[in-house]
Design a protein around this ligand. Sequence first.
Ligand code: 5RP
Length: 212
Amino acid sequence: MSGSKINVAKQAASFLEKKLTADMILGIGTGSTVNFFIEEIKPYSHLFKGAVSSSERSSALLKEAGISVFELNDINEIAFYIDGADEVSEDKSLIKGGGGAHTREKIVASASNHFICIVDDSKLVKKLGAFPLPIEVIPESRSLVSRKIISLGGTPLYRQAFITDQGNQIIDVSDLDLRNPVEMEIKLNSIAGVVDNGIFAINKPLTVLVSE
Ligand code: 5RP
């Protein structure tokens, strides 16, 4: 498994190598595949300006790799956003958030010109939903949101002892009908108390790289 993740991280680094410029900012996701990508891009850190990170974990790794980390508020353009996923469907819709970082991941992805998703082939699915869908919620709203999710046909499970970088909680939801992922992404985000859900169907990756 980690061999496949290293393989796709190398593919992403070589895809980007020739495209890097001195003023370029990269967006960096979160997770073990991205951790390998940070290792692979480290030798090229002098060829681009720096990165906007989607999590405290990735920020720490980027800094260790000698890559400058910028706040999204201070950046006008992110050329490429590189991130993993928990599931990738045939139309490139994603489930993300296994690491609980999907809210900031979605923000940084949407701020980028080109979203590159990097996965091993175990993440490719015919239909989304075998992986429980992570939903970040304001802590006070957790029970209310869970009841609303049950009314949509979902089965919510509170992710114990986990707090997001924004100080919120995560509900992992099984059994939702995700045949129309755009509709469900919008519907879930319209529940009061939901910060964001892990469906990436409105803003999908332009490129999906899969380990060979
Ligand atoms: C974190 C994510 C990750 O991209 C997703 O969980 C995949 O992680 P990994 O690369 O460790 O398999 O969405 O919030």
